[in-house]
Design a protein around this ligand. Structure first.
Ligand code: SAH
Ligand code: SF4
Ligand code: F3S
Length: 519
């Protein structure tokens, strides 16, 4: 697990590196005048491995008393890229920082520690981070005491860690997605050791319970599982996040109950593939449908989940969702492509027909369910006809919205070795056609809402106009309505009066609220 150099050398020229010290499984090198201690370096081969390591659930995660004062009088700043999983990891890191006495700051010039919590899913996500490091270099030169760290999914990549060591020697700390609970110790090492510290475990992964979390607002994320075993051929996530492993139901339920007690209005259960929840339990037969049935018993107004893989979406889950209650009628169900051929090359393990069957079943059980999806265009070998199959599937399902991406080759994944034979201009043109269709479908689905009444959870003021509030329906539709700031965090019954492509306008239906809205 703890590679400290050897396997990693493909991406890093160790011939210029002088070994200064080797002890306790750590190696300190001098590289381009910078001392770097590698506790563990990422290793693609180990990240790909499945089934060899036993998953352990650790409940002891308290920060040792001697580190509780480390951040007294100091501030931290975290920038988060990528998916909700990363957003939630940032909440955990914020929790750890604050237990160590650090205070948050939005002003990077003031911060004593700056972390970039990175995403590796597409190349442009990575480019952004390297651009940001360029800016931060100046800050670091002005303020040598600043601790600058890189964490998240990019840290799990050999190529990225090699590049940072070689070209961005001003970075103080690199740690991986499996090392978040080690943050207090790593900060201590970076503060007192003066050398760059690299600690990226390439393990299949454990589950660490009881870590502090700093949540804000009325909506909370709760991890139900970690990792991914699907290995879609284009995707880096199974390498950066380890194997599929489910939190024990009693731990998830206890966390959601506690959030209900604290007054949270909406919870989103998180996993790369929530439908695989429980498949790894050896001591019980308890799956995602069972967990959702237990969630429905908790007194918390809205429970969402993301992301669903079509393959493990079973009938039991559909039955439970059809009971509604606090389980909302929105399902994000990434399809990626409408062509069975392309799906095969992506190794998605379902066909166009199977996907459509599943959608049919969901719609029969929950006729007003709103479906959204993810699409990749320009996957290696995607023909014009295959792309058009994606467009026709989009129409057939009638998705309310979609996240759309141009395929981006990721080093270490099988698709990166396929011939990327579609010209950039064609990829861009396909994306534009797809996005135009997504806009049309979104408007169509919004039009169905016209004149109807919905329960809207008011989330805040609209970005462009503080007199307008923005909220969401159970189906995750964005709603704008006039009203006072005091409504933020409340549920307001409202009738849709006008529709746009990406949002609807509404007015509260209760007379006295209407008065409040205009006064
Ligand atoms: N676990 C989720 C997806 C996580 S990544 C799922 O399976 O649905 C989010 C989205 O990024 C994916 O659904 C996919 O559409 C897109 N994506 C992943 N790898 C990509 C790549 N190499 N190039 C372009 N888009 C990619
Ligand atoms: Fe990536 Fe596929 Fe896993 Fe989603 S299911 S995280 S797309 S490998
Ligand atoms: Fe990105 Fe990692 Fe999420 S690669 S999409 S931050 S799991």
């Amino acid at each position: 697990m703890a590679s400290t150099g050897k396997d990693f050398s493909k991406y890093f020229d160790f011939s210029n590196a002088k070994v200064l010290n080797e002890s306790d499984g750590k190696t300190t090198y001098r590289i381009n005048g910078r001392d770097i201690t590698i506790n563990a370096a990422p290793n693609y081969k180990d990240e790909k491995r499945r089934g060899k390591e036993e998953i352990q659930v650790h409940y002891e995660s308290a920060i040792p008393p001697e580190l509780m004062e480390l951040g007294k009088g100091k501030t931290y700043n975290i920038t988060t890229y990528g998916c909700q999983m990363n957003e939630h990891d940032t909440e955990v890191m914020k929790g750890i920082f604050e237990q160590m006495g650090y205070l948050p700051t939005d002003d990077r010039n003031q911060a004593d520690v700056i972390l970039l919590n990175t995403c590796a899913v597409r190349e442009n996500a990575e480019d952004k981070v390297f651009g940001e490091l360029g800016h931060l270099k100046h800050l670091k030169i002005e303020k040598p005491g600043l601790i600058l760290g890189v964490c998240g999914c990019m840290s799990q990549e050999e190529s990225v860690v090699g590049r940072i060591m070689q070209k961005h020697g001003f970075v103080d700390l690199i740690f991986g997605t499996h090392n978040i609970h080690r943050l207090p110790y790593l900060l201590q090492d970076a503060l007192f050791g003066k050398e760059m510290v690299v600690e990226v475990w390439s393990k299949e992964g454990d589950i660490i319970e009881n870590l502090p979390k700093k949540r804000e607002g009325m909506r909370g994320w709760v991890n139900i599982m970690y990792g991914c075993d699907k290995f879609c051929t284009y995707c880096i996530v199974p390498y950066t996040r380890g194997k599929e492993r489910s939190r024990r139901p009693e731990d998830v339920i206890a966390e959601v109950r506690e959030l209900a007690r604290q007054g949270f209005k909406e919870i989103t259960l998180l996993g790369q593939n929530v439908n695989a929840y429980g498949k790894d339990f050896e001591d019980r037969d308890y799956r995602f449908g069972d967990l959702m049935a237990d969630m429905a018993k908790i007194d918390l107004p809205r429970i969402r989940f993301t992301t669903s893989h079509p393959r493990d979406f079973d009938d039991r889950l559909i039955d439970v969702l059809a009971e509604r209650g606090n389980l909302v009628e929105h399902i994000h169900l990434p399809v990626q492509s409408g062509s069975t051929e392309v799906l095969k090359r992506m190794s998605r393990k379902y066909s166009r027909e199977l996907y459509l069957d599943l959608v049919g079943k969901i719609k029969r059980a929950i006729p007003d369910a709103v479906l959204t999806t993810d699409i990749i265009v320009g996957f290696p070998g995607e023909t014009e006809e295959q792309f058009e199959e994606t467009l026709s599937l989009m129409k057939e399902v009638g998705f309310a919205s979609a996240y759309t991406f141009i395929y981006s080759p990721r080093a270490g994944t099988p698709a990166a070795d396929m011939e990327d034979n579609i010209p950039e201009a064609v990829k861009k043109a396909r994306l534009a056609r797809l996005n135009a269709l997504v806009g049309e479908l979104s408007l169509q689905s919004n039009k169905l809402m016209l004149g109807q009444t919905f329960e809207v959870l008011i989330e805040g003021q609209s970005k462009n106009n503080p007199d307008v509030l923005a909220g969401r329906t159970r189906t995750n539709k964005l709603v704008h309505m006039k009203g006072p700031a005091s409504w933020i965090g409340q549920f307001i019954e409202a009738r849709v009066t006008d529709v746009q492509t990406w949002y609807v306008k509404a007015e509260p239906i209760i007379e006295e609220l209407k008065q409040e809205a205009v006064s």
